[in-house]
Ligand binder design. Structure first.
Ligand SMILES: *Cc1c(COP(=O)(O)O)cnc(C)c1O
Length: 369
């Protein structure tokens, strides 16, 4: 069986360190804040090259708190790519702002900058760049777009820990970036967790206060915030796992290279494109083909787990049925029935990747499926 994700296997590879980190938090009884948190925040700021890192409860909160911290006028429009996880758009709506969906780039699945530009109005105040599947967006073009139209550029890095745009890690190209440490992400905690990074110390102070009840000092609150903190157990686990992140990403890259090489000649499938500016971290390895469902079944029957990210584009979810129904079909919509995420992760061996590739080729060769 080749699993889509195998967290117990990863745990076994670093059990001693993880156990020690957890035990130390538990035995000291410091569950909120303190050294484990400040240590992780410092280590993650260093890793991403950001001046400030603020641990929060999860990745969705991270986006929401950034938006709140920016203090955009109520009802401002925020451009969000149509193919992402709902968290990206949900955070916009929950902040009292208006989601405006734009299409994806037909080659690399990240935000289409041309389409984003078409959707800008006088009310547009921000754009969220999602480094989808671990592939960085074109941050030069997005930075220019944001500058030209005076938009706040926010990065959703939930799938892109360590991903590089022209040799620089994502997360510091815009005003602030949101990270999720949901267990299945490239850097995952043992529960929900997230972080905000920014190079703007004033914004950092603001978002830290928002995430902690608007607190200045104990029982001294400047405004009403909320409770969204990264707890110390998760921070301690994350510090151990951060030390392995580059290694885990290297494994992902080698699995991706194997797939790209093995499947290069298959004319019925479209392989993910790695842009010249990109050093992706392959959160997902997504191929595209007409007979997606048949291949998915075939792989399942042969012991290979796959996924679909995502089966419905955001604007077509029931949650957004209040938006215009007349909208023309997006590239993102057309892709929903064709995309398939092959197994990917540090739990895999090159041998697993060969096995998966061989099965995919065998399926394609079996003629009229
Ligand atoms: C996982 C994810 C999120 C949300 O993170 P949570 O920690 O689950 O709240 C946001 N955006 C994208 C693109 C994600 O993949």
């Amino acid at each position: 069986m080749i699993k889509f994700l195998d967290l117990p296997k990863q745990y076994r590879s670093m059990k001693r360190e993880i156990d020690r980190a957890i035990l130390s938090v538990v035995s000291e009884g410091a569950f909120i804040g303190g050294r484990p948190l400040t240590d992780f925040e410092a280590a993650f700021a260093k890793y991403t090259g950001a001046k400030c890192c603020i641990g929060v409860g999860n990745g969705t909160d991270a986006i929401e708190i950034i938006l709140e911290g920016l203090n955009l006028p109520a009802g401002s429009e925020v451009i969000v790519p149509a193919n992402s996880f709902i968290a990206t758009s949900e955070a916009v709506t929950r902040s009292g702002l208006k989601v405006v969906f734009c299409d994806c780039d037909p080659d690399n699945y990240t935000i289409s900058i041309k389409d984003a530009e078409r959707r800008i109005t006088s009310r547009t105040k921000a754009v969220i760049a999602v480094h989808l599947y671990g592939h960085p967006c074109d941050m030069n073009a997005l930075t220019r777009l944001a500058r030209r139209h005076k938009l706040s550029l926010i990065e959703d890095c939930a799938q892109a820990h360590g991903s590089e745009f022209r040799g620089r890690r994502v997360g510091t190209f815009g005003v602030a970036a949101a990270f999720s440490f949901y267990p299945g992400k490239n850097l995952g905690a043992y529960g929900d967790a997230g972080a905000i990074i920014t190079n703007n110390p004033r914004l950092a102070e603001k978002v830290r206060m928002i995430a902690n009840h608007g607190r200045l000092a104990k029982y001294d609150h400047a405004f009403e915030g909320r409770n969204s903190r990264l707890d110390s157990l998760q921070a301690a686990v994350l510090t151990v796992k951060l030390s392995r992140l580059d290694k885990f990403n290297r494994i992902r890259r080698s699995i991706a290279e194997c797939y790209l090489c093995e499947l290069a000649g298959c004319k019925d499938i479209v392989l993910p494109k790695k842009e010249k500016w990109a050093n992706p971290v392959w959160h997902l390895f997504v191929i595209r083909l007409e007979k997606r469902d048949a291949l998915k079944d075939y792989l399942q029957k042969n012991g290979v787990q796959t996924g679909v990210h995502y089966p419905v584009s955001l604007p077509r979810l029931k949650a957004y049925s209040y938006l215009s129904k007349k909208r023309p079909k997006l590239v993102a919509d057309e892709y929903c029935d064709k995309i398939l995420s092959l197994p990917m992760g540090d739990h895999m061996t090159l041998r697993d990747a060969h096995t998966v590739s061989r099965l995919v080729k065998k399926f394609l060769a079996s003629g009229p499926y």
